[in-house]
Design a protein around this ligand. Sequence first.
Ligand code: SF4
Ligand code: MG
Length: 324
Amino acid sequence: TNNILEVHELKKHFPIKSGLLQKTSGYIKAVDGISFSIKKGETIGLVGESGCGKSTIGRTIIRLYEPTDGQILFKGQDISHLREAELRQSVRKNIQMIFQDPFASLNPRKTLRSILKEPLNVHKKYSGKERDEHVGLLLEKVGLNASFINRYPHEFSGGQRQRIGIARALALHPELIIADEAVSALDVSVQAQIINLMEDLQEEFGLTYIFISHDLSVVRHISDRVGVMYLGNLMELAPKQDLYTEPLHPYTQALLSAVPVPRKKGTTQRERIVLEGDLPSPANPPSGCVFHTRCSAATSECKQIIPKFKEIKKEHYVACHLYN
Ligand code: SF4
Ligand code: MG
């Protein structure tokens, strides 16, 4: 298999504690049975509204969380339940995460030298001079100047800080990078620069990306395949061309109807589909298809039976009874 990552029926439920004794009164089903795999060098985009579980799945794959159920295979190794010491051996340097606000995760009192050297201290035995050289190289790789090494995070713009965040993620030569809303806080022109940089780095280092965002246009640009999440479930997953031009799932169709999408000649923009009702609580998701409370195509079957996530066309998966 050339899959770098396989996720099988992954679940992450968070207990809801209440009362004086902090008894568990229920669970937030943030990720509720998701399966997909990624080939080396590929980019998968995960989209969905806030609260759909896309951040949780990223944090579970990187093992900031332990899965409640299911499996995570990284290069064939089951990392689902590894302990911290074992994670440090293999996973921690091979899978890195880039977050929305790099500033929040950069210590304001540290220079770029010490911020970017930190990961090296843990994993490698370099001399001080070698580390400085390595940090300088990292800065150049992300389009910054090696002489910035003595500066502090507040001296940089949002886009430059995200470059620093990327440099830090790259420090240990990871194979998989999970970007969670990595460009969402940036201006559109800066977003494009960061995405271009990520594409260049992917080519140079053979990186694999999971690109998480609520923004369908950003995801469309960078991804090979795109998955659409709703209430902890993957509703549809397809090569991006298929997903954006022929979405099958009613939820994907609704999401796409709200954004202008470049269309084939002779076709028109899809009519806007407005979703009725509110997003249900992930503590108490609807029975059957979790989307049935807001789906105009829902039948009585949808309220009772959970649709299987099935391959309808080559590499095009959808979880919906309309396609049985
Ligand atoms: Fe709508 Fe039913 Fe399909 Fe769910 S399974 S998306 S409710 S048609
Ligand atoms: Mg999020």
